[in-house]
Design a protein around this ligand. Structure first.
Ligand code: ATP
Ligand code: MG
Length: 140
C-alpha cells in the first residue's frame, strides 16, 4: 500500500555536497518526492523534532549537530515507504550499515549519519506536518 515517510538529508551530507547523490538513491529506489524544503533548524526546532530522545545521553550533541547547518527535509511516497527507506538508509551506525546503503556510503559517524527516516507510521504522522503544511505536499 502506498505510504508516506519523512526524510532529512542531514547537515553533514549537505556540507559534504552529497545531497544530490542521496536524492538520486531515493529516485533510483522508486520513491516519489512529494515535498522538499531546505531548513536551518534552531535548537528548539531540533529538540522538539527529536523529543523522543530527550533523556538519551547523546541528545544535546544530536541537537547541536542537527543545527550546525542547513538540512533538506523531504516527503517521500512509495509502497511500504517507511520500511523501505529505513532499509535504503542502513543501520544508525555506519560501521554496522550494509554495503550499498546510504549511511555506509555517505555517513561519517553514528551521529553524523547523513539521513533521517521516520521509523513508524506514528512517527511519520508527527514528522511530516512538523516540516510541511498541506499546501506544500503534492497530492500524488
Ligand atoms: P534517525 O531517527 O535520524 O532516522 P535512527 O532512527 O537510525 O536515526 P535513532 O536511535 O532514532 O536512530 O537516533 C536518532 C539520531 O541520533 C541518529 O540518527 C544519530 O544521528 C543520533 N544518535 C543515535 N545514537 C547515537 C549515539 N550513540 N551517539 C551519538 N549520536 C547518536
Ligand atoms: Mg530514529
Amino acid at each position: 500500500m502506498s505510504q508516506r515517510t519523512l526524510t532529512i538529508v542531514k547537515p553533514d551530507a549537505i556540507a559534504k555536497g552529497v545531497a544530490g547523490q542521496i536524492i538520486a538513491r531515493f529516485e533510483q529506489a522508486g520513491f516519489r518526492i512529494l515535498a522538499a524544503k531546505l531548513i536551518h533548524m534552531t535548537h528548539e526546532q531540533a529538540a522538539d523534532f527529536y523529543a523522543v530522545h530527550k533523556s538519551r545521553p547523546f541528545f544535546r550533541s544530536l541537537c547541536a549537530f542537527m543545527t550546525q547547518g542547513p538540512c533538506l527535509a523531504m516527503v517521500l511516497e512509495a509502497d511500504d515507504a517507511i520500511a523501505r527507506l529505513r532499509e535504503l538508509m542502513g543501520a544508525t551506525d555506519p560501521a554496522k550499515a550494509a554495503p550499498g546503503t546510504i549511511r555506509k556510503d555517505f555517513a561519517s559517524s553514528i551521529e553524523a549519519n547523513a539521513v533521517h527516516g521516520s521509523d513508524s507510521a506514528e512517527s511519520a504522522a508527527f514528522e511530516i506536518p512538523y516540516f510541511f503544511n498541506g499546501l506544500e505536499i503534492l497530492p500524488r
